[in-house]
Design a protein around this ligand. Structure first.
Ligand SMILES: [Zn+2]
Ligand SMILES: [Zn+2]
Length: 161
């Protein structure tokens, strides 16, 4: 995720662009991404990867499992979770651990902040200045491999209720 800090030059519209690009990505391109990451693109893996990459909803392993189990007969929740972990370890997607009990997955590879509404549970991607890490002091001598910003509260729709 940290790499995005340097990849996204104009961050203002980057999330929008990335989301659109993510939605349009073809199965062949996804397959190639897996191969380039050294992952054998089995039918199950490709379907799971496609689902997470095309979703803007930050699905949990359970959501991915429910969505794909009819299509992929022999699928188990454990397989889904392990496959998602494999993608995370390969840097293809990220895992959000907003609290101890809630883990979800994010196919949006551009650097962005997350807001979780404590009322409706929705997790929203938010634009973030690429140099937000410069706000942290005392990082000299550290190598940063991941940086995530989580915000919690109530979303505008729930505030209106
Ligand atoms: Zn809400
Ligand atoms: Zn996200």
């Amino acid at each position: 995720m940290i790499n995005c800090l340097y990849i996204c030059n104009d961050f203002r519209n980057e999330i929008q662009k990335t989301n659109r690009k993510t939605m349009k990505v073809s199965r062949a391109e996804l397959k190639e991404e897996l191969i380039n990451a050294g992952i054998r693109p089995s039918v199950q893996r490709l379907a799971i990867f496609e689902y997470v990459r095309k979703s803007c909803q930050h699905p949990t392993a359970e959501v991915v499992y429910e969505a794909l189990r009819d299509e992929l007969g022999s699928l188990s929740l454990t397989t889904v979770y392990n496959t998602l972990k494999l993608f995370v370890d390969a840097g293809l997607i990220s895992m959000l651990t907003i609290d101890d009990t809630f883990r979800c997955f994010d196919g949006n590879r551009c650097c962005h902040a997350h807001f979780r509404c404590s009322s409706c549970g929705k997790i929203v991607d938010l634009q973030m200045k690429k140099d937000f890490i410069s706000l942290v002091e005392g990082l000299e001598g550290y190598e940063i491999t991941d940086a995530q910003l989580y915000l919690k509260g109530t979303c505008p729709a729930c505030l209106k209720k």
